[in-house]
Design a binder for this molecule. Structure first.
Ligand code: HC3
Length: 373
């Protein structure tokens, strides 16, 4: 690598080299590895579930499908559009993938997308339900449209030179209330990530292997993610096939950051359509442990380049957390989740995963939103 290609600031070259060397012997939770300041993000991972809904109209439109086939196509369209938001927006906004803030246990993030076309408002509830290992649970709901998404996300990371491999732990379930009062569920598994560009100090995400969307209505999507050099030779390429009771409905080929063609039908997608960021109430109206308030001083320090301020604020949060856990242990008290209940085995996962994979676990735990009576 020539120094002209490197995005690492000259004065951080040696700490970046040590960080990269450290990665080679690292496996487990990357969030706790200390990284050089230029690669730090001022955003906590509890904000990331908002990426699932940066096309709120597409999300709400799912229930307008009249048949299982129509709804499955709308689910697939919405899902493909979420990929660019989830895995490429930070590159566009900040020039590269950065290291997000590691949420504290119980940290919350609330947001919404206003009703812009009569389909209703969409609300987001996020809670950090585990710190070691880090797990984030979320619930996105459009009451009027009758569409919701419930899921949790964690990561297992390893280094396979020159990339970081991130196995996503968890799954999501999209539920659609139908006119006859019944509910259709779609199990969504999460793709594997390969973080490239590390040696140059310009990390970016490529998706790899397979992910699935399995409907309780007999529909099934397999998505095969391939990087550069496959099909069109373009980055972020993928192929997806949608079937209903084994009959093919759509065959997609394209880029999840760009355009997709349906070689079977009419499900052509343009991932460049405008997205809508989540609306969050002002900081003055937030309360601890709401994410932006918890991390305010750290984020201010990172944004203004005052890393000393950021470091001190981060240590204060971590010390406070250690003291809280110690007190809980001394009092024999367990941290209570605010918005979610943990279940050892998600019934929907166990029922639907069988339809697509014999290699994925037959049962997975989950976090279910606590419903008000
Ligand atoms: C791997 C990752 C943390 C996890 C992020 C997840 C998987 C979280 C759930 C979202 O729905 C999707 C998502 C997108 C990005 C993922 C992050 C990318 C980088 C970050 C690592 C912990 C940081 C790696 C450090 C460095 C310096 C290479 O960026």
């Amino acid at each position: 690598m020539s120094s002209a290609e490197s995005q690492v600031p000259a004065h951080q070259q040696s700490s970046w080299s040590s960080f990269v060397k450290g990665l080679a012997s690292w496996s487990g939770d990357l969030s706790s590895l200390t990284a050089p300041s230029f690669i730090l993000s001022p955003t906590s991972l509890t904000e990331f579930p908002a990426y699932w809904c940066e096309h709120p109209d597409e999300f709400a439109a799912i229930s307008s499908g009249k048949t299982p086939e129509e709804r499955a196509k709308l689910v697939l369209r919405w899902f493909i559009l979420t990929l660019k938001c989830q895995y490429a927006t930070r590159n566009e906004k900040m020039g590269s993938e950065k290291k997000p803030l590691n949420p504290i246990l119980g940290e919350t993030f609330y947001g919404s997308w206003p009703d812009t076309n009569g389909r209703g408002k969409t609300d987001l509830t996020v809670e950090q339900v585990s710190h070691h290992p880090p797990i984030t649970a979320f619930y996105i709901n459009n009451e009027k449209a009758g569409v919701s998404l419930e899921g949790h996300s964690g990561q297992k990371t390893s280094f396979s030179a020159p990339s970081i491999i991130v196995k996503q732990v968890g799954h999501s379930v999209l539920s659609v209330k139908l006119e006859d009062g019944s509910v259709e569920d779609y199990l969504i598994t999460l793709p594997r990530l390969k973080i490239d560009g590390i040696l140059y100090g310009k990390p970016y995400i490529e998706l790899t292997e397979l992910s699935y969307i399995v409907g309780s209505n007999g529909t099934c999507v397999t998505i095969d993610y391939k990087g550069k050099g496959w099909l069109s030779g373009k980055a972020h390429s993928y192929k997806a096939s949608l079937t209903k009771d084994s009959t093919s409905i759509a065959n997609l080929e394209g880029q999840w950051t760009g355009t997709t063609k349906d070689t079977k039908g009419d499900l052509n997608i343009d991932a460049q359509i405008p997205k809508e960021e989540v609306t969050v109430k002002p900081l003055e109206e937030q309360q601890i442990p709401e994410s932006r308030l918890v991390w305010k001083d750290v984020a201010d320090g990172i944004r203004s380049g005052n890393y000393d301020k950021a470091g001190k604020a981060k240590s204060a949060i971590e010390n406070d957390q250690r003291a809280k856990r110690k007190d809980e242990a001394a009092e024999n008290k367990k941290h209570e989740l605010k918005h979610f209940n943990h279940v050892d085995s998600d019934e929907i996962y166990a029922k639907l995963i069988k339809e697509v994979s014999s290699t994925l676990p037959t049962s997975e735990d989950a976090y279910k939103i606590k419903r008000e009576n």
